[in-house]
Design a protein around this ligand. Structure first.
Ligand SMILES: [Zn+2]
Length: 439
């Protein structure tokens, strides 16, 4: 009982009555009843609740809210622990039970994450705002999204995944993204994962995919840029970065993302829950796992293309989201350019803030990479409402960047005050009939 008493101090997402339930070793159904009823059941419970509440806040004040007095790594780990409880309901971890209602994991707590839970109910819509979702989940968008999608796709049940191991793996992945990168951070990974989920639901793909394909597709999306240093391969090579040496200057970043992911799968113990005939390939840039299911080879290749599309789909989002991503990726390029200038290195293409404007970078990116790729993707997925919507956004965004390109003074400001909507273009059929909710 005593260890549980102390353990309950570190479970800030528990309601006060639930803590008392733990304290008295009540069965979980009784704890739930306590949770649903007014918690002032008796003076003893009330006093204990009050003590625990005060103790929680003392911990927060003395350890987390006083930077400089505690070693930063320790503070970060404690913060992660407390934050962890915000998206993973502690009582469920304690009892180790799966939820009773299929299709709902209830990982998001009732109070402060209600809005995020509401957003997840529309996770298959192309208008999903990942920036807002990240704020609502306290920077845990990747873990929260992945848990929800794994449950929604029935993967937890199908592979009998251990929730603790799954959380451990996802936590490692999210933590290994560099939060100070303007673009290659965990929000980008979550955005790519959400797009990948939409693509996996495309009729042409969905009817052929096995649960393992879906699992691999989502995992690959979540981990595809893990531990990205925020600079490109040429920069790593010319600065003799340890990653370049480690991978012998060949496919440095791709190899590192891939091997890091395999390492985390092993370290978390999640690997043991995957089918026995799944084997890892040492090949670089492989979609995570090669299996003996040879008849799935074609669809594995399609999954790789889907992941590529998800990775570069920013210009296919609606303008407000697309613009934020464009500014972020250019900010990351410019930071690299500034570093190169500082160390008298040749400035890489697209990384010179004085020469390469955001609109010109975006127009080149759309014209040479995104447009050709998504034209093919549309051909493959036809008839697909999502592809038509994405192409509609893509053309509109390109037109808008073209206007901004010749307004250099306004293009460099935050709000683009003189930017105007491009000439109205024909909308994809049904776009205004709630069709944007259709992936
Ligand atoms: Zn990426």
């Amino acid at each position: 009982m005593l260890p549980l008493f102390f353990l309950s101090f570190f479970l800030p997402s528990l309601s006060l009555p639930q803590r008392c339930g733990i304290l008295f070793l009540l069965p979980i159904d009784k704890q739930r009843k306590l949770h649903d009823s007014p918690f002032l059941l008796c003076p003893v419970l009330f006093l204990l609740s009050l003590l625990l509440y005060i103790f929680d806040h003392l911990i927060f004040y003395f350890i987390l809210a006083r930077p400089g007095e505690v070693e930063s790594g320790t503070r970060r780990k404690l913060k992660r622990l407390l934050s962890f409880q915000r998206y993973c309901h502690a009582s469920r971890l304690l009892r180790g039970l799966m939820p009773h209602t299929p299709g709902s994991l209830h990982l998001l707590d009732d109070d402060y994450l209600g809005q995020a839970a509401h957003m997840l109910s529309k996770v298959d819509t192309w208008t999903f705002d990942i920036f807002l979702f990240d704020r609502l989940t306290n920077g845990n968008s990747l873990v929260t999204l992945m848990c929800h999608l794994f449950n929604a796709c029935g993967l937890i049940h199908h592979f009998q995944l251990d929730m603790v191991k799954l959380h451990r793996f996802l936590g490692m992945v999210q933590e290994d993204y560099h939060s100070h990168n303007p673009y290659h951070n965990s929000v980008h990974a979550a955005d790519v994962t959400q797009a990948m989920y939409c693509y996996l639901k495309e009729t042409k793909l969905a009817e052929q995919l096995t649960p393992l394909d879906v699992l691999l597709g989502l995992m690959a999306a979540a981990a595809h840029d893990v531990d990205h240093p925020g600079v490109n391969q040429p920069f790593l090579i010319k600065t003799r970065h340890h990653l370049a040496s480690l991978y012998q200057n060949t496919s440095v970043l791709e190899s590192h993302h891939w091997r890091s992911t395999v390492g985390m799968l092993r370290e978390s113990g999640l690997l043991s829950h995957l089918p026995a005939d799944v084997s890892f390939t040492p090949e670089k840039d492989e979609l995570l796992i090669k299996t003996s299911f040879t008849h799935q080879t074609t669809y594995r290749a399609t999954l790789k293309i889907a992941l590529k599309c998800a990775d570069v789909c920013n210009p296919c989002r609606e303008w407000e989201l697309s613009k934020q991503w464009s500014e972020r990726v250019c900010e990351e390029f410019y930071r690299q350019g500034d570093l190169e200038r500082k160390f008298n290195l040749e400035i890489s293409p697209l990384c010179d803030q004085q020469m390469d404007s955001v609109p010109s970078i975006q127009i080149g990116f759309i014209s040479y990479i995104v447009e050709p790729l998504f034209e093919e993707w549309q051909r493959f997925t036809e008839p697909s409402m999502l592809s038509r919507i994405m192409m509609g956004h893509l053309h509109k965004n390109k037109a808008r960047w073209s206007r901004l390109r010749y307004e250099p003074t306004t293009a460099e400001t935050e709000n683009y005050p003189h930017a105007e909507e491009p000439e109205p273009e024909p909308e994809p059929e049904g776009e205004h009939d709630g069709a944007e909710d259709i992936p």
